[in-house]
Design a protein around this ligand. Structure first.
Ligand SMILES: NC(=O)c1ccc[n+]([C@@H]2O[C@H](COP(=O)([O-])OP(=O)(O)OC[C@H]3O[C@@H](n4cnc5c(N)ncnc54)[C@H](OP(=O)(O)O)[C@@H]3O)[C@@H](O)[C@H]2O)c1
Length: 291
């Protein structure tokens, strides 16, 4: 029997792609899936699919929560809803993420890629730490990307304010930042029964990047994706493995390429950068004052 059967698992970005497939897979494996989505219509459509998967396996009914995770007020409200509805949270899968070709900023002034790919998973993890502690053994899984190898982060310019914004570079850097934080917070939580790991789901045919302007580079990327990327269902393998495999009970602070534990790029293993990321991340905690 796997880890998730009968346990509460929250998946962000559950309305499409890797998040939707992971939600369905974990529902099939007996989890009580809590889906976080941004858009009501897409969220409800996805909920129907996950509900069918859950019912066919005799699993608990999934539940849908809505929030734009780049909005701090909506994120705080989402966490309050999770805390009031669930006394336990055993697995948090921080999957929502994206690649944005144009620079934009969020209501609280973060660059959008950084806000969604780094600040949101940190906020959710720190904000739900109480529930994760009560539910231990528990797991946090951060969906990152092998693209991090191309993104040496500049911790003095995480918002890419000083240099010209380049979407792919910022995407790669954001994933490096999240790997660094994963390693650092895993160290800090060592021995508490909460593990934190990062996973690259593979190159998957999803909607990622589809809202970007139709440039030549975007067309080449879409063409390559159509030729080489794997079907969406494959995207659930890595996150579902990390959530459900009983052997991983003690594994923490690691990077997985789908289901294979690997060393991330050297810059994502830099201890000094990881420590700085950990310090910086404390200021993202929406409930820090209440603690
Ligand atoms: N596809 C790949 O080849 C690949 C490779 C490596 C890593 N990844 C990572 O895998 C994760 C999932 O991506 P995907 O490929 O499945 O892409 P996707 O199909 O575009 O899914 C992204 C999910 O994130 C949600 N999301 C986007 N912005 C949000 C916001 N502001 N607030 C809340 N939710 C938001 C989307 O919701 P909406 O439905 O509302 O847009 C969607 O559910 C990402 O972290 C990505 O970086 C993907």
């Amino acid at each position: 029997m796997g880890f998730v059967r009968g346990r509460v698992v929250m998946v962000t970005g559950a309305s499409s792609g890797v998040g939707l497939e992971t939600s369905k897979e974990l529902a099939r494996r007996g989890a009580q899936v809590v889906m976080a989505a941004r858009n009501r219509e897409r969220g409800e459509k996805a909920l129907e699919e996950v509900r069918r998967a859950a019912r066919s396996a005799g699993s608990p009914e999934p539940y849908l929560l809505l929030a734009d995770l780049t909005d701090p007020t909506a994120t705080a409200f989402l966490m309050e809803r999770v805390r009031s509805r669930y006394r336990r949270l055993h697995v948090l899968i921080n999957n929502a993420g994206g690649y944005f070709a144009r620079r934009a900023t969020t209501p609280d002034g973060f660059e959008h890629t950084y806000a969604l790919n780094v600040v949101a998973p940190i906020r959710l993890t720190l904000g739900l730490l109480g529930r994760l502690k009560k539910s231990r053994p528990s797991r946090v899984i951060n969906v990152v990307s092998q693209a991090h190898a191309a993104g040496v982060p500049d911790l003095d310019d995480l918002q890419m304010k000083r240099r010209k914004y380049r979407g792919f570079l910022q995407y790669a850097r954001s994933k490096t930042a999240l790997i660094l934080w994963t390693r650092a917070i895993a160290g800090e939580l060592g021995g508490t029964g909460i593990t934190v790991n990062a996973v690259h789901p593979g190159w998957i045919k999803t909607a990622m990047g589809s809202s970007n302007p139709p440039t030549a580079a975007a067309a080449v990327f879409r063409f390559a994706t159509a030729l080489f990327a794997r079907p969406q269902i494959v995207g659930s393998r890595g996150p579902a493995y990390l959530a459900d495999d009983e052997q991983l009970q003690e594994t923490t602070g690691e990077y997985f390429f789908v289901t294979h534990q690997r060393a991330p790029a050297a810059h994502a293993r830099d201890q000094e950068l990881a420590n700085r990321m950990l310090e910086l991340a404390r200021s993202y905690d929406l409930f820090a004052q209440k603690k």
